[in-house]
Design a protein around this ligand. Structure first.
Ligand code: NAD
Length: 408
């Protein structure tokens, strides 16, 4: 389809799509679950139908009975407080039923705010007793990166499905152990890659992977934010495990890989000179890195904790397409050489968590599995090695891809 035509026809397509969804006779409001997402992706019939048909079997039963999978958030910091708990008030297939926190004050506050019973509140010492709690199906690990490994493994051993925040862990070896623990327990593991459930990013995947504007020639992506002292571990203090490469670089890696539809074979990288050596004495201030793909395409990436930028852009043989800003929770805007994308912003985290619940209920693979988290941690490790040595570093990762051809 000619791109201009697609974007200019969007209002009409959305209208037809809404009529189509309204006409679906589920009889229990199931259409509303995926309505924003379906509408957002209108024009891509195969995707829309996939999600509509996913409302069969267990998902339909769950919606009909009002049954929702219980989620326990582990770590009640900024992301849990400001994004995930509010998102869990919008989800249809799962809901907030438990918390794990080291702070009795936070426990009291959350119990009142979200009507969480005493028996569903854990601390880091008694966390393993969650195994006996039938109210909790999914454990969502939202702790500093260095703690993901331990808590994902403990959650799996407790017999729970797991969502782990990004980056999955500190090393590939840790990721392998986390994946193995979930497999051994027969439980699903997904990574908190919210943007796989966001229409603009799915459009970048479609345009790039399906070569809609021809072969991709070049990708540019950058993510920076001035990091406050609010989360000391992000600046390398305490438990550490922060830094812009782990925190923000993962978005650039993700964006480049799913737009290209391939994994890099090598990387080069250079640390930014430190403008604030005191603040950044324990971590890198910023990094420029390049992902190199087998066909010679490259993705130039930049991250920093001492600047502000936010972009994902692809240049192809017959045009370009980009998101700017590209990675926030809302307000993403998309442009192509043929015009604006005109896609809506959606509640990313609610869709991400409902999709995982849907995967559990229908025993389907998640599009953001632990193996994808491992892939990205391997690339992050290679970037650090390249920046430390000044050499090109080979990357040997499995092609774990969210392919629009198969999934949309
Ligand atoms: P935060 O610092 O606000 O919260 C971390 C929580 O962990 C706090 O409640 C803290 O009390 C608790 N904690 C327990 N033990 C700790 C220890 N030893 N040291 C420090 N904190 C400890 O961080 P956040 O912004 O909520 O990030 C948490 C995780 O979520 C990180 O992995 C981060 O990368 C991820 N995250 C993801 C997104 C996204 O868009 N997917 C956005 C923000 C954060």
């Amino acid at each position: 389809m000619e791109n201009t035509g697609f974007y200019s026809a969007l209002p009409r397509i959305l209208c037809n799509r809404r009529r189509f969804i309204r006409n679906l006779s589920f009889g229990f409001g199931a259409g509303t679950l995926f309505l924003p997402y379906l509408s957002a992706l209108a024009g891509n019939d195969s995707f829309a139908e996939r999600d509509v048909y996913s409302l069969s079997g267990s998902t339909q039963d769950a919606l009909q009975s009002g049954r929702q999978l219980g989620v326990a958030l582990v770590g009640l910091g900024k992301y849990s407080t400001e994004e995930l708990a509010p998102a869990l008030q919008k989800t249809k297939l799962c809901r907030l039923t438990g918390v794990v926190t080291g702070s009795p004050e936070k426990a009291e506050k959350w119990k009142k705010l979200y009507k969480i019973p005493d028996k569903n509140v854990y601390n880091y010492q008694n966390f393993d007793q969650i195994a006996d709690n039938a109210d909790i199906d999914i454990v969502y690990v939202v702790l500093p990166n260095a703690m993901h490994h331990e808590y994902v493994i403990r959650a799996a051993r407790a017999g729970k499905h797991v969502i782990c925040e990004k980056p999955m862990a500190m090393t590939v070896a840790e990721c392998e152990e986390m994946i193995a623990a979930c497999k051994k327990a027969g439980k699903k593991l997904s990574i908190g890659y919210r943007l796989h459930f966001e229409p603009h990013h799915r459009e970048m995947m479609r345009l790039g992977q399906q070569r809609v504007l021809g072969e991709i020639r070049k990708i540019f992506t950058e993510n920076a934010q001035v990091q406050s002292e609010e989360s000391p571990w992000r600046l390398g203090h305490g438990i550490g495990s922060g830094g812009p490469m782990r925190d923000l670089g993962v978005y650039c890696i993700q964006g480049a890989v799913y737009t290209k539809g391939d994994v890099p074979v090598s990387v080069t990288a250079k640390y930014h000179p430190k403008k604030d050596p005191e603040k950044f004495k324990l971590i890198e201030e910023g990094v420029d890195f390049q992902l190199q793909f087998a066909d010679g395409t490259t993705a130039d990436c930049r991250v920093s904790f001492n600047d502000e930028y936010n972009k994902l852009r692809a240049e192809a043989a017959k045009g370009w397409f980009e998101l700017q800003p590209s990675f926030p929770y809302e307000g993403i805007k998309g442009q192509t050489s043929n015009g604006p994308m005109n896609l809506p912003n959606v509640p990313q985290q609610a869709l991400q968590m409902d999709d995982f619940a849907d995967c559990i209920l229908n025993n389907k693979p998640t599009r953001v599995p632990g193996e994808m988290g491992l892939r990205d941690v391997a690339i992050i490790q290679a970037v650090f090695e390249a920046a430390d040595t000044g050499k090109k570093v080979a990357v040997n990762v499995s092609k774990v891809l969210d392919e629009v051809g198969n999934k949309q």
